[in-house]
Design a protein around this ligand. Sequence first.
Ligand SMILES: Nc1nc2c(ncn2[C@@H]2O[C@H](COP(=O)(O)OP(=O)(O)OP(=O)(O)O)[C@@H](O)[C@H]2O)c(=O)[nH]1
Ligand SMILES: [Mg+2]
Length: 200
Amino acid sequence: MEMEMEMEIKQSEFITSAVNPSQYPKDERYEIAFVGRSNVGKSSLINSLTNRRKLVKVSGTPGKTRLINFFLINNHFYFVDLPGYGYAKVSKVEQASWGKTIETYLNNRPQLKKIVLLVDCRRKPTEDDMIMHEWIKHFGYDYVVVATKSDKLNKSELAKSRKDIRDTLEISDDKIIYHSTLKKVGKEDLLENIFSSLNQ
Ligand SMILES: Nc1nc2c(ncn2[C@@H]2O[C@H](COP(=O)(O)OP(=O)(O)OP(=O)(O)O)[C@@H](O)[C@H]2O)c(=O)[nH]1
Ligand SMILES: [Mg+2]
C-alpha cells in the first residue's frame, strides 16, 4: 500500500528569532516545538531531522540560546527551537526571563501541534524537566519525549534509563523515543511521530 504522507524533510529555512509574541511569524502554519535543558541536544536534533549540518548552531557554550527560533520546513510547517532551561551558570533572573519566554509562547499557541520534550538519557529527568512536563500537560499539548545522546549508553544502561524516564515522568514506554545524532537512531520514528501529528 502506498504511504499517503510524505515523511521526508526536503526543505528547511531559518525564518526569525523572537522573544515576544509580536515577533512570532504572522501566518498560521502548524508548529512543532523542541524544548529541554540547555545542552540536551535540541539544535543537534533539529539539524539531524532536517539533514542539515548547520541549520541551527550547536553550542560549545551551553545556555546561549535565549530566543525562540522559527524554521520553516517543506514550506509547510515550522520547527520551533525554544530556549534551553536549567543552565546553572546564569543568574536566577535570567533563568526566570527564559522561563517567561517559554511560558508566554506555550500559553496561547493554537497552531502548536506537538511538543518534543528532550531529556538527556544519561541522567534522570531533573526537577526542571518535571516542571516542563507538567506545563505541557497543563496547557494540554500533544507531546513526545526524546531521550538524547543514546550512543553514550550500552544496552543495560539504556534499559535503566528507560525505566528512570518512565518512572520519573510517569509516562508509558511508547511516549519515549531514543535518539542519537552519531548513530542515526530514532530519527525515522520521530519523523513518523511528527508527521502523523501534523495530519491530525
Ligand atoms: N554523543 C552525542 N553528542 C550529542 C548528541 N546530540 C548532541 N550532542 C552534543 O551535545 C552538545 C550540545 O548540543 P546542542 O545541540 O547545542 O544542545 P542544545 O540543547 O541546543 O543547547 P542550548 O542551545 O545551549 O540550549 C554538543 O556538544 C553536541 O555535539 C548525540 O546524539 N550524541
Ligand atoms: Mg541550541
